[in-house]
Design a protein around this ligand. Structure first.
Ligand code: C2O
Ligand code: CU
Ligand code: CU
Length: 428
């Protein structure tokens, strides 16, 4: 529904059953009973209201990942929508086009609630992207990639909670599934024309990292990242995505012959878990798309503008007598604010790890200044999630704009997040 400058969407969270594995019924929790939830396409600058009704038996929180959102609609982890109630999330979308996603963000329960199905795409479109000749329409394909495990009866049990502290310890690294799903289907097949396609790759897994490549070979030309268009295309042979990260890539299927099968594989695995999805090249077709050599003007934030540098250590440590995941030695506590950046201020955040952690910042898109001491090469880009590898330091630079209030930074390994690796900052 649309009226005077506002677009309205409704999502009803409810239990449902899905046929994910052939012939079996899998109970899920879905936005509109679907896993993944419906894809929302919203226009930059249009006030967009998403009414979420909770018909589940548990409280939920919905967060728009990558959204430049006022604090009261950002899905702070304790800002619960109780069963039987509803909530209007208001997104002004004062932000450029990008591949965003919405997902559950309830404190201590994000891992299980996303695992059961509470996640979907939210694509922000704008005139700048519409003017580019990139593949669009049927040839613009969002791919939500995640891993799940199933019992033989088709259920998709989340293995951690309620199983006691010992069971939790076994998942310190996060919960991995042994079946890779794309848009909720195992090893799906897509018939394609001999033409360019834009694949919007999202790693929506709780904990799994992917290094995606085409087999038998082929170029994935990245045109957009978490925060929208890159300054220029980046041709890649493989795309690495930690949980929460997105990459929009162009694949030109005209490089193959009609009848060819092209696989998207995860190079970090072998056997069935390496198999993500496959494409069958079905026919010759007209293709008016192109990849322009310049995509967008992307401002590079200058470290000289930064007025504050903050340090955050992502480490394991004591969480109520068990081992948990902490930031600067502290578990998440909604009553504590760990940083108070000023509105409009540019800051450098230096993040250090023990083991690997995908670090995600709400509200403020950032640029990576250095990763393991090195300046990243390639075109300028905006990110909202960056993979911190084992024993590494990453420096990001960001400007806090738009809204004052409380937001979180956290590890996007969802089990790490639930084991308290999250910190509140307040824009003042
Ligand atoms: Cu995608 Cu705070 O999360
Ligand atoms: Cu987010
Ligand atoms: Cu982590």
């Amino acid at each position: 529904r649309t009226d005077a400058g506002t677009d309205y969407y409704e999502l009803v969270q409810r239990p449902a059953e899905a046929e994910i594995l052939p012939g079996l019924r899998t109970p899920i929790w879905g936005y509109d009973g679907q896993f993944p939830g419906p894809t929302i396409r919203a226009r930059s600058g249009r006030r967009t209201v998403v009414r979420v009704t909770n018909r589940l038996a548990a409280p939920t929180v919905t967060h728009l990942h990558g959204g430049h959102t006022p604090p009261e609609s950002d899905g702070y982890p304790t800002d619960l929508v109780q069963p039987g109630t509803q909530r209007d999330y208001v997104f002004p979308l004062q932000q450029r086009a990008a591949t965003l996603w919405y997902h559950d963000h309830r404190m201590d329960y994000t891992g299980p609630q996303v695992w059961r199905g509470l996640a979907g795409f939210f694509l922000v479109v704008d005139d700048e992207q519409d003017r580019l000749p990139l593949p669009s329409g049927e040839r613009d394909v969002p791919l939500l990639i995640c891993d799940r495990s199933f019992h033989t009866d088709g259920t998709m049990p989340y293995p951690v909670r309620d199983d006691g502290p010992g069971a939790r310890m076994a998942f310190m690294g996060g919960v991995l599934g042994d079946v890779i799903l794309v848009n909720g289907a195992p090893w799906p097949q897509l018939g394609v024309d001999r033409a360019r396609y834009r694949l919007r790759l999202l790693n929506a897994s709780n904990a799994r990292v992917y290094e995606l490549a085409l087999s038998p070979g082929g170029t994935l030309t990245q045109v957009a990242s978490d925060g929208g268009l890159l300054a220029a295309p980046r041709p890649l042979q493989q795309v690495r995505l930690a949980p929460g990260e997105r990459a929009d890539v162009i694949v030109d299927f005209a490089a193959y012959r009609v009848g060819d099968h092209v696989e998207l594989r995860n190079l970090l695995e072998e056997g069935p878990q390496a198999q993500v999805m496959r494409f069958t090249v079905e026919r010759d077709a007209r293709d008016d798309s192109a990849i322009p050599p310049t995509l967008s003007r992307v401002e590079r934030l200058d470290p000289a503008q930064a007025t504050v540098t903050r340090d955050f250590e992502f480490n394991s440590g004591d969480l109520h007598g068990e081992t948990g995941w902490l930031i600067n030695g502290k578990p998440f506590d909604a009553r504590r604010v760990d940083a108070r950046p000023k509105l409009g201020q540019v800051e450098i955040w230096r993040v250090t790890s023990d083991v690997a952690h995908p670090v995600h910042l709400h509200l403020a898109p950032f640029q990576v200044l250095s990763i393991g001491g090195e300046r990243p090469s390639g075109p300028a880009e905006w990110k909202d999630t960056v993979e911190l590898r084992e024993a590494q330091t990453v420096e990001i630079i960001t400007r806090f704009t738009g809204y004052r209030g409380r937001y979180v930074m956290h590890c996007h390994n969802l089990e790490h997040e639930d084991m308290a690796m999250m910190s509140t900052f307040e824009v003042v």
